[in-house]
Every structure is written in C-alpha cells, then in structure tokens.
Design a protein around this ligand. Structure first.
Ligand SMILES: Cc1cc2nc3c(=O)[nH]c(=O)nc-3n(C[C@H](O)[C@H](O)[C@H](O)COP(=O)(O)OP(=O)(O)OC[C@H]3O[C@@H](n4cnc5c(N)ncnc54)[C@H](O)[C@@H]3O)c2cc1C
Length: 642
C-alpha cells in the first residue's frame, strides 16, 4: 500500500561530479562532425546532470529496467505496483473537481463561444483546488502524491479529456513541477500559491519553429538588462499559451538553456504576440505560437537548479507528463469501448449482430488488454516517481505505449467497428481523431523517444566496456579493427579484458530473479517469459553494440527495433504483475490475451487457435457487460439508426 504524502521530488540529491559525455566521445571517435558531436554531447550532458540530481539507488543504472536487462538478479518487486491510499483532503479535491466538471458538462457550460474550455470552468476548478493538487500544502495546495494524481487523471478524463490534459500541462510540464522541484524558497513562496489557486494556470514553452526534436537548436534568448531579462525569440505549439497565463519558458541565458517563469501580459502587446493558427488537435484548448520582442522578465524569475540547466528542468517535468499522458489514454480507450458495445449490439449484418462476430469480439478483447496494460503502467510509473526513481525509461515506455495504443485503438479497433459512421460529424472518432493521434507527437515523438530509451539503456554498458576500446583504437590510429590482425589485438589487449570478463559471465553464470508473488498460472507464465527475454536481451543489445561499434548511433532502425522489444517485455511484466493482484477475472483474462499477443510478436510465431479462442471469449464476456470499469461511462447515441 502506498500512502500519502510522498512527492515526485523524493530521491533527489545535490551532488558534485565532473560531467563526461559518453555520447560526445563516441560520436567523435566514430567520425561524426564536430557540430553533431557537440550538439548530442550537450543533450547527453543535460541527461547526465539530471542523473546526478538523484541519489545513486534511484539513478538510471539502478532503475527497474536497467537492472532487468543488465543485473545478475532481476528485481521483480520493482515492477510491482501497489494500491494507493489517497489522503482525505486530496480525495475531497478530486471528488469535488469531478462533480464540478460533470455539472458543467450536464449544463452545457464546459465550452465558451469559441469551443474552448471556458474561463468560468477553469476558475471554478481553482475554487475546489484542482490546480493545486501537485502543490504542497504549505503553499496552499493539497500535496497529492503522483501515485494518487496519475490514476485520478484517468477518472477525470472519463468526464473530460481536455480538463484532465490541462491538469498535466499545468502541474507536470507547466510551471508547477519546475518551481516546486527547482525553485528557490523565495520563488516557491512567490509562485506556488497563485499556481495552486489557478489564478494563472500554466504551460511549458520549449518547442520553436527550428527546434522540436533537436533541442540544441533553441534560439530564443534572454539577455540581462539591469534588474530584468529581455527575451527575444519565437515559440511554437505551446499549449495553454494565451494572455494572462504563466509559462515555463526554455530559452538561452548566457548561451545555456535555462527556464524562466514568465507571466504573460493580460493583453497582447508589442513585447508578446501570439501566433494563431488552425490546429486540429487539442481543439478545446489554446495552443499558439508566442513571439517575444524585448519581453521584460525579472531576473529573479530564473530557475537555477543546483545541477544542470533548463533542459534538466524540462526533462524532469516531461517524465511526469508522460505518465499523465497514458492515464488520459486509459480513459480514451474506455470511452471507445463504451461506444463500441451498444453499436455492436445494434448493428446487424447478414442476419446477425456484429457483437456475435469473431472479428469484433477480437477487437474488444484486444482493447480490454490495452486498457489493463495502460492502468498497469500508470500505477507502476507513478509509484516509481514517488519512490524517488528518476524514471526516465519507465516514463518513456508509458508515453510510447499510451500514445501508440490509443492510435491503434482509435483506428484499428474503434473506427473499423463503427464503419462509415466513424466519419460522420458527431461521431467519437470523426470528431476526435486528431486528439487520439497527437499524443504520438507531443512530449516527444515516439520513435525518437524509443531511441532515447535505448541510449539510456546502453549508456553505462557502452561507457564501461566499449569506450575503452574506442579510445585504444583511437590512440593506436586504427580506424577499422580486425580481430584476426595480431597487431590490432595487441593494441586492444588491455581494453578488451573487461568486456571479455562480462561476456564470460553471461555464459558461465545463470541469471536469477527475485521471487514472484502469488499469481494465476497463466500470468505467471507470462511474467517468467518476460523475465527470461529481458535477461536475454542484454546479449542481443551488447551484440549490436559490438557489431556496429561507434557507428551504432547511425543504426537507428536496429536501435529502434531493440528498444521496442525491450519495451514490450517490460509492458508484459508490469501488466502480468498488476493483473495478478486484481480480483476481477476479466482483468486477469485481458492481461493474459495482451501478454499472449506480445509473446507472439516477440517470437514471430503465428497465433494458435487457443489464442483466438481466448481473445474472442474475452470479447464475448465484454459484450455481456463483463468489463466493470466501464461503469458510469455514457456512450454517444447511435448515428443514422434504422
Ligand atoms: C498538439 C500539440 C501540442 C503541443 N504542445 C506543446 C507544448 O505545450 N509545449 C511545447 O514546448 N511543445 C509542444 N508541442 C510540440 C511537440 O512537443 C513537438 O511537435 C515534438 O516534440 C516534435 O517536434 P517537431 O514537431 O519540431 O518535429 P521535428 O523536429 O520537425 O521532427 C519531425 C520528425 O522527424 C524525425 N526526426 C527528427 N530528427 C530525427 C533524427 N535525429 N533521427 C531520426 N528522425 C528524426 C522524427 O520522426 C520526428 O518526429 C506540441 C505539439 C502538438 C502537436
């Protein structure tokens, strides 16, 4: 049982350390241009600095996934989430917020005349404490743990996904997390109470027209003039950017990325202009570009982390945002399922309801598995953050799985089941398709994140065993090593010893895992398979590193493939452990079919009949009302009924 209060700044440590960027060294040794080596090195250095903020036991090398792949013993308990006990004051805020949004929805007052969430709703939410959930009680918030906050977003998103999304924009990636985690006591005192009341709800301004995936290309700059900065530059795609809001602005200060907390003026003016464009996604929120021209920001609004810089701050908040994102997906997929059921029961083709058909039942079974996996990753990721883990790889999995599966659910499962009606105005899919797709891009595009995941996973192994080899080759002037050439072998003799030792240990000593909890047999088999695969993946990954050596950074397809496989194994382990502690047999069955599917993907085998029997039987149970967590979700009316 996880109890309040815990917070996502737990585990942070202030520590000195001389930064050495492995990525930069590797790229330089691999013959990349000085510019690319330096730019990648800057990102890698920001990553190292985030790392040093955490106590050793919470750093990436000791994270659940890193240990699962590289350690001799896989710590099963680190993949196991627990029930959460939400503090009474937090529960009240959550209940009041949901009630309030439902009331506005029922009265038709959620949206303003521009079809955006109305200011009155945002104000009312401030009144019940919604915006202060992640702010400590000493600053007027309710101090919710992240483990309570994340699944609450699923609950809120069942009522309104945009309002749930805004809580993450404000609390995770917006100004709240940067200030509460990196602000000085004075900055916390100055900003947090207002942010908790929602007087100026916040957003985060990182992306620029020329800097999205490549954050080293940031151009927006703040220069000191007396007691303030003058900001010049342009931001793009900023959610919640509008007059009167607060933003965490990532810009260059003294040539390094930094975060300024900026209170945007109440009216557009010569210093701050908004670049308005039509955007298909987040259509009920304000997402605009911002153009700064000599915009004055007080010097004391600069956040100064004891380690790192503005990217450090951005990475920290993005981790929370990524778990929040999958929490929203868990709700969207439930809403999709709730809409598929009455339709499948209504639609008759060839004399039979489509709910009776295997294809439709298979889709429902698949969707149930995806929902359970999302719930599992929400519980797991948020608990790790509260425990103090950095959680970068774990949160990346949450974000990629949540966004990619929401896309699959929308297109492969929901759209196909609704047929042509999916494209009618007023249909869930037609009206929201961009909302369902955009998470694949915002907070980092999935495949780019998958590569970042892989780089984090191999960084320590590379530094430990491959960097010495690269350096030995460089100093011997060898560009292409040939292990049959005695001169090359001689040049590498010292550098190869540690790696040879690691390889030998992989073959000589069997690996183990800590004890599995009591689990239904089917789930136990899945957990064991995932553990076995995770442990075997170290040799596969190391093999790719050995094969491609310093060119591995260019082998993006291989990195992406290996990354995706490890991610799937982690989803499987977490989902089987999560489902094993649920009382509901349908949840267990849903986890079982999802894990069966992952096994088939990982092994490349054709689905046996048993799998189709299991997944369609699950679909049948769902059509009979067996998926209880859909309770209370209202589905849209059937369009073009006949
Ligand atoms: C609805 C929405 C809301 C958003 N909200 C915010 C917000 O609140 N704040 C904010 O700061 N940003 C926000 N963004 C921006 C978002 O985070 C970026 O769009 C995203 O990070 C990708 O950046 P980009 O669009 O510039 O893609 P680009 O950098 O143009 O990249 C496009 C694609 O090129 C490929 N690519 C790029 N580099 C490489 C490489 N090295 N190797 C291989 N492939 C590569 C990848 O597939 C990548 O996705 C939002 C975006 C959207 C759509």
């Amino acid at each position: 049982m996880v109890t309040e209060p815990t917070d996502s700044t737990a585990g942070l440590e202030e520590k000195e350390g001389a930064p050495v960027s492995f990525a930069e060294t590797a790229l330089r040794l691999g013959g990349k241009s000085e510019e690319e080596a330096q730019r990648t090195g800057a990102i890698d250095e920001a990553d190292d600095q985030v790392e040093r903020m955490f106590q050793p036991q919470y750093q990436t090398v000791n994270s659940p996934i890193h240990q699962a792949v590289w350690s001799r013993t896989l710590p099963v308990e680190l993949f196991q989430s627990h029930d959460v006990e939400t503090a009474e004051n937090v529960q009240t805020v959550m209940d009041d917020s949901v009630t309030l949004v439902k009331e506005h929805r029922n009265q038709g007052t959620l949206l303003d005349s521009n079809n955006k969430i109305s200011e009155a709703v945002l104000d009312d939410l401030g009144g019940v404490g919604y915006w202060g959930l992640l702010v400590g009680r000493e600053y007027g918030g309710s101090g919710a743990s992240f483990r309570s906050f994340a699944p609450f977003l699923t609950r809120m998103a069942l009522v309104d996904g945009n309002i749930a999304g805004l809580a993450s924009v404000h609390g995770c990636i917006g100004a709240v997390d940067p200030v509460r985690t990196f602000g000085s006591p004075e900055q916390k005192q100055r900003f947090l109470p207002g942010l908790a009341r929602g007087e100026r709800i916040s957003g985060f301004a990182l992306t620029e027209p020329g800097a999205g995936s490549d954050l080293t290309a940031l151009k927006t700059r703040a220069e000191r003039h007396g007691d303030h900065f003058l900001v010049n530059g342009e931001k793009l795609f900023i959610t919640n950017a509008m007059p009167g809001r607060t933003i965490g602005l990532v810009c260059l200060v003294d040539d390094a990325p930094a975060v300024l907390i900026c209170e945007l003026p109440d009216e557009e003016n010569d210093q701050v202009r908004f670049n308005k464009y039509g955007l298909y996604a987040l259509k009920q929120q304000h997402n605009q570009g911002i153009i700064f021209k000599d915009f004055r920001v007080p010097l004391e609004n600069l956040l100064q982390p004891s380690q790192g810089n503005g990217l450090t701050i951005a990475y920290h908040g993005l981790n929370l945002g990524r778990v929040a994102l999958i929490a929203n997906s868990a709700a969207s997929m439930r809403i999709m399922m709730a809409g598929m059921l009455p339709w499948a029961d209504y639609r008759v083709t060839y004399g039979e309801k489509i709910a009776q058909r295997e294809l439709v039942r298979r889709r429902l079974g698949r969707l149930a598995g995806l929902i359970v996996a999302c719930d599992a990753l929400v519980a797991w990721g948020s608990e790790l953050i509260d425990q103090g883990y950095r959680g970068e790889m774990e949160c990346i999995i949450a974000k990629i799985f949540g966004s990619e599966m929401q896309k699959e659910a929308a297109i492969e499962l929901c759209m196909k089941t609704h047929g042509g009606r999916s494209f009618l105005h007023g249909h869930l899919i037609g009206d929201n398709i961009h909302e369902y797709l955009a998470p694949c891009i915002y907070e980092g595009e999935g495949e780019m994140l998958g590569m970042a995941f892989f780089k984090s996973l191999v960084k320590d192994h590379g530094k430990r065993y491959f960097e010495p080899v690269g350096k030995a080759l460089q100093s011997a002037g060898i560009k292409k090593p040939n292990m049959l050439n005695p001169l090359h072998l001689w040049a590498l003799k010292g550098a190869l010893v540690p790696y040879s030792g690691w390889m030998a240990s992989q073959y000589l000593w069997p690996r183990s895992w800590s004890q599995l909890p009591a689990m239904p047999e089917s789930l136990k088999q899945h957990a064991m398979f995932a553990i076995d695969q995770l442990q075997k993946s170290s040799k596969q990954i190391s093999g790719a590193m050995r094969k491609h050596q310093l060119k591995l950074a260019d082998r993006q397809c291989r990195m992406s493939e290996l990354s995706t496989r490890v991610q799937s194994m982690v989803v499987m382990l977490c989902t089987s452990l999560y489902a094993a502690r649920q009382q509901d047999q349908v949840v267990v069955d849903a986890a079982d079919v999802l894990c069966q599917q992952i096994t088939l993907e990982l092994t490349g085998r054709r689905p046996p009949d048993r799998f189709y029997r299991d997944i369609t039987r699950l679909g049948e149970t769902i059509t009979d009302g067996g998926f209880t967590s859909l309770a209370g979700i209202e589905s849209d009316e059937i369009l073009m009924n006949y």
